[in-house]
Design a protein around this ligand. Structure first.
Ligand SMILES: *[C@@H]1O[C@H](CO)[C@@H](O)[C@H](O)[C@H]1NC(C)=O
Length: 242
């Protein structure tokens, strides 16, 4: 009885806690969306890494030349059923440090070609958004730069691979923005041109489903508890008085 009485209270508490988390997440997403709406900023020559987290999701405008020699194929990744990689290439900025640009998805058969094609690009202008090192989960394998195997975007390690501080490379990670429609994307996919990401906030918000789960569980176990209580009372009432 005691255990069954505690469960509704405990699950109610968890539900309320998830309501708080939900509010926090919504506020965070709002804040990031507001950041994304702002005008692109030019990146300074030398970027202060310690203030970078404040600028996550800000749009930035870059100019420079690709360094395809130090390109990284991050993957495997899947886009609309096709397997491939994200092509990450250092951008050598004439007027500043070198930064890393995730150019987007290329399918497997075009990966090497897309990497090499960047050498012919000359000076490019890139619109992207600032990101930080990607979170990895327990199932993400370790990267093996020496074998060219990169499973997750470890910004520090990628900057080191591209030459590091000695070569004026800063651990700054930018995702190239692609705003074309799906027809443009299919054309790119068929021609081995990287497909960047749309400028949207892609944070997962599953707190609402947790709220619903915990509160339903709380309601359900309350009912069970009440039924048991009533049964108990009735059983008692039927006992012969002495
Ligand atoms: C980077 O920014 C922090 C915080 O604003 C500041 O304390 C620090 O001096 C800056 N570093 C450089 C090298 O400018």
């Amino acid at each position: 009885m005691v255990v069954l009485g505690v469960i509704p209270i405990f699950t109610f508490y968890l539900g309320t806690w998830q309501v708080q988390r939900l509010k926090w997440k919504v506020a965070l997403i709002d804040e990031l969306e507001e950041k994304l709406q702002r005008e692109p900023i030019p990146l300074p020559k030398r970027i202060n890494i310690s203030v970078l987290p404040e600028f996550t999701y800000r749009k930035v405008l870059l100019r420079g030349r690709w360094d395809p020699e130090h390109s990284i194929l991050l993957g495997p990744r899947v886009r609309e059923g096709a397997t491939g990689y994200h092509l990450v290439t250092p951008l050598v900025r004439q007027d500043g440090t070198t930064v890393l640009v995730d150019r987007g998805f290329v399918s497997k058969e075009f990966a090497e070609q897309a990497k090499a094609a960047q050498a012919q690009d000359g000076e490019v202008e890139v619109l992207g958004m600032l990101r930080t090192t990607q979170a990895r989960n327990n199932f993400t394998p370790d990267n093996h730069p020496e074998r060219g195997e990169w499973y997750w975007a470890d910004v520090e390690a990628m900057a080191e691979y591209a030459g590091g501080e000695r070569a004026n490379v800063q651990p700054v990670f930018i995702e190239e923005i692609f705003e074309g429609h799906s027809g443009d994307a299919s054309w790119r996919q068929a021609h081995g041109v990287p497909i960047g990401r749309p400028p949207i906030v892609d944070l997962r918000n599953s707190h609402l489903s947790y709220v619903i789960t915990w509160y339903s569980l709380s309601a359900f176990t309350s009912l069970m508890f009440l039924r048991l209580l009533l049964k108990h009372r009735r059983a008692r009432a039927r006992l012969p008085r002495v």
